[in-house]
Design a protein around this ligand. Structure first.
Ligand SMILES: [Zn+2]
Length: 204
């Protein structure tokens, strides 16, 4: 019973609804050579058993990382660097439609032995294989559905993966309202992110 309750609480906090984040937005791209903190980002494609490699995922990983840096992170002195590109075979995670309401716990469970502590691990899955989830983020791991990779859902889930909670103000990346307006982190959030990155660096 306790475990069920815990899983329920976990699932409230880590999964983020798909509300309206498909609208396009224009954020000025800002790149910097003067970064205070950098971290590696592995990109892991979720596949059903027996399928290897990227197959039908149509993502340019370099563009994805560059967009995150230019739109959301470099302006705060944080740089993401592309790490490894891998595949995770998991039938449970590949099709989350069967796990409605348990998405976060399935995600954490299925990736438990397959993420690296010294970096951000971004798991990419098909939006069409979920019902209402845009992404999930927790404990250095983010699950981002393929249709939301180039929206504010990506920095939002990375924020969760690095310890940030939801924040009620419209326009904040960690807000749950009007995702298409999300552009900024607060200075308190940036400090928190940098502290988490420092901790990851120390634990290496
Ligand atoms: Zn969220």
């Amino acid at each position: 019973m306790k475990l069920l309750k815990l899983l329920f609480v976990l699932s409230i906090f880590v999964s983020c609804a798909a509300e309206d984040d498909s609208d396009s937005y224009a954020i000025e791209q800002i790149f910097s050579d003067n970064l205070e903190k950098t971290i590696k980002v592995d990109i892991i494609y979720v596949q059903p058993s027996g399928v290897s490699g990227k197959s039908s995922y149509n993502l340019n990983e370099n563009d994805f990382i560059a967009n995150l840096n230019g739109s959301f992170f470099h302006r705060y002195g944080i740089g993401l660097e592309k790490g490894d590109v891998k595949t995770l075979n998991s039938d449970e995670l590949y099709d989350l439609k069967d796990n409605r309401g348990r998405e976060s716990s399935v995600f954490l469970q299925e990736t438990q032995d397959y993420y690296r502590e010294d970096r951000i691990n971004i798991f990419v899955m098909k939006r069409s294989n979920t019902i209402a989830i845009a992404g999930i983020g927790k404990d250095k791991r983010a699950l981002i559905t393929d249709e939301f990779l180039f929206t504010s859902t990506a920095p939002h889930e990375i924020g969760h993966a690095l310890g940030l909670h939801h924040y009620p103000e419209e326009g904040n990346i960690m807000s749950q309202i009007r995702p298409y307006l999300r552009t900024d982190f607060t200075s308190v959030q940036i400090d928190r992110l940098k502290k988490t990155l420092e901790k990851i660096e120390e634990e290496k």
